[in-house]
Design a protein around this ligand. Structure first.
Ligand code: URP
Ligand code: ZN
Ligand code: ZN
Length: 478
């Protein structure tokens, strides 16, 4: 067993900050010690195998990104990050746990989808990982399969009100799955957009010759997100199923969540960095022309879509993170290259694979909220690590720096700077949705289950370091 001591830093948790040294023994955190204390009987910095000087820096629990899609088949292609490349990129950005989505579609067996995801991930991950289960085909077989989720360590599953013919569940199917989930204590994750109506709008736009990437966001109007969010809330209300709405981008959808929460319903919401920083207007470029930049706007095609800045959605998302109307920030990391993938949609935005890649940048982008005064340091840790751990049944092992927790620790330098570019990122993408971002703060050191995997500019991890985490029930509900 090797021991690691992190000295001189400010340990930040969801509830406060303190000057303390952190001792990791093997894979676990074993002590937080007042600096200079000899209570443990020895000069720890003389006896630890590795000493990391964190003076002037923050020592935070490793980031948990609860929404990634590695190797996801989508739109006739596959998300371009593998479990190997994606988890390595996550590590560079201070994320030490991801929860990816195993996929089941209509006509296939849930158990087979889950087994496929285990095969993709096992032995390939740089950091720990768990799975949610996508239930894309609700029938007797998949409803029965849900009964086995908890023992598999899969305590949350996702359904889609969008993507007809691919993932969509109709209201009756959603009702049935939610009834089952309520019985089993599972958390229902919902992609809340009215897919059938969006498809009509998209078809009409294309018929009018409006085929550029910008029109993706016009077809996926905020009314479609608000309506679906409300419907999901009401179905959850009826069935008693706790609900977690993923990738919320419309302020009207947040209002629906706040309304339900105010009534006492167990409803939660996640947003993503793209909905805080990027906008529909970005897809028009500087000239305000939908045909701008030779298909550039496809970089930012994702669902739910980027929203209009003029309508104030981004400001509302920051506000909702402050007021706890939204509880978490994940990335919905779903990368596709422009060449050979996004360009499938040249001439028809409906064929652009949906997704943005951000797994490497979430901790830094959210730290900007601290820099600009939108978030406290504690809220930053809560949104990016502690709440994901609690929401998805890992708290205690993950999401906190405390004795007994896994040695997943990030030393974050508030005086560092981070530049984002396709030339320097570690994600398997030929572009960056965040090209040119120069931001305050830097991930200096990343420790995953006691092993230093990022040391300054050096990657010391290896594929296979990461283990599957069997998650418990959501700790928000018990
Ligand atoms: O654009 C997105 N979000 N792609 C991934 C699939 C999903 O809906 O999460
Ligand atoms: Zn989705
Ligand atoms: Zn997603």
């Amino acid at each position: 067993m090797t021991t690691t001591l992190i000295t001189g830093g400010t340990v930040v948790s969801a509830t406060g900050r303190t000057q303390a040294d952190v001792l990791i023994d093997g894979e676990k955190i074993v002590a937080l010690v007042s600096p200079g204390s000899a209570a443990l009987g020895a000069d720890l910095s003389a006896t630890a195998d590795t000493v990391i000087d964190a003076t002037g820096k923050y020592v935070i629990p490793g980031g948990i990104d609860a929404h990634t899609h590695f190797e996801l088949p989508f739109g006739g292609t596959e998300a371009s990050d593998t479990f190997e490349s994606g988890t390595r990129a996550a590590a560079w950005g201070g994320t030490t746990t991801v929860i990816d989505f195993a996929v089941q579609t209509a006509g296939t067996r849930v158990q087979d989808g889950l087994a496929t995801w285990h095969q993709k991930a096992a032995g390939n991950c740089a950091i720990d990982y768990g799975f949610h289960q996508i239930v894309g085909g609700v029938d007797e077989d998949s409803l029965k399969a849900m009964e086995g989720f908890v023992s598999e360590g899969i305590t949350s599953y996702k359904m889609f009100m969008a993507y007809p013919g691919v993932f969509l569940s109709d209201d009756g199917q959603i009702l049935r799955a939610m009834q089952k989930a309520a019985d089993l204590g599972l958390l229902t994750m919902m992609h809340a957009e009215n897919g059938p109506a969006i498809d009509v709008l998209a078809e009409q736009l294309v018929a009018q010759g409006k085929t550029d990437p910008y029109y993706h966001g016009i077809a996926r109007a905020w009314q479609m997100e608000e309506e679906a969010t409300h419907r999901a809330i009401m179905l959850a209300n009826l069935t008693g199923a706790p609900l977690y709405v993923v990738h919320v981008s419309a302020k009207q959808a947040v209002e629906q969540l706040a309304w339900a929460r105010d009534k006492g319903q167990n409803v939660f919401g996640e947003t993503c960095p793209q909905y805080l920083y990027l906008s529909l207007e970005d897809q028009l470029g500087a000239t305000g022309d939908p045909t701008w930049g030779n298909f550039e706007g496809a970089k930012w095609v994702c669902s739910t879509p980027l929203r209009s800045r003029a309508e104030g959605h981004q400001d509302h998302m920051w506000q909702a993170l402050r007021t706890n109307d939204l509880q978490m920030v994940s990335t919905d990391h779903c990368p596709f290259c422009m060449k050979g993938q996004k360009d499938l949609g040249v001439g028809d935005f409906r064929k652009i694979p949906n997704g943005i890649g951000t797994v490497e940048h979430r901790m830094d982008l959210m730290y900007q909220g601290v820099v600009t005064g939108e978030l406290s340091l504690e809220r930053w840790v809560e949104l990016t690590s502690t709440t994901p751990a609690r929401m998805f049944g890992m708290y205690g092992q993950k999401g906190v720096i405390a004795p007994g927790a896994d040695g997943d620790v990030v030393v974050y330098n508030p005086n560092g700077r981070t530049s984002i570019s396709v030339d320097t990122h570690h994600m398997n993408m030929d572009h960056s949705a965040w090209e040119g971002y120069q931001i305050d703060g830097h991930v200096d050191t990343v420790i995953s289950r006691g092993k230093v995997i990022i040391d300054g500019n050096q990657y010391l991890g290896a594929k296979g370091d990461g283990r599957f985490i069997k998650r418990g029930l959501s700790q928000y509900l018990i």
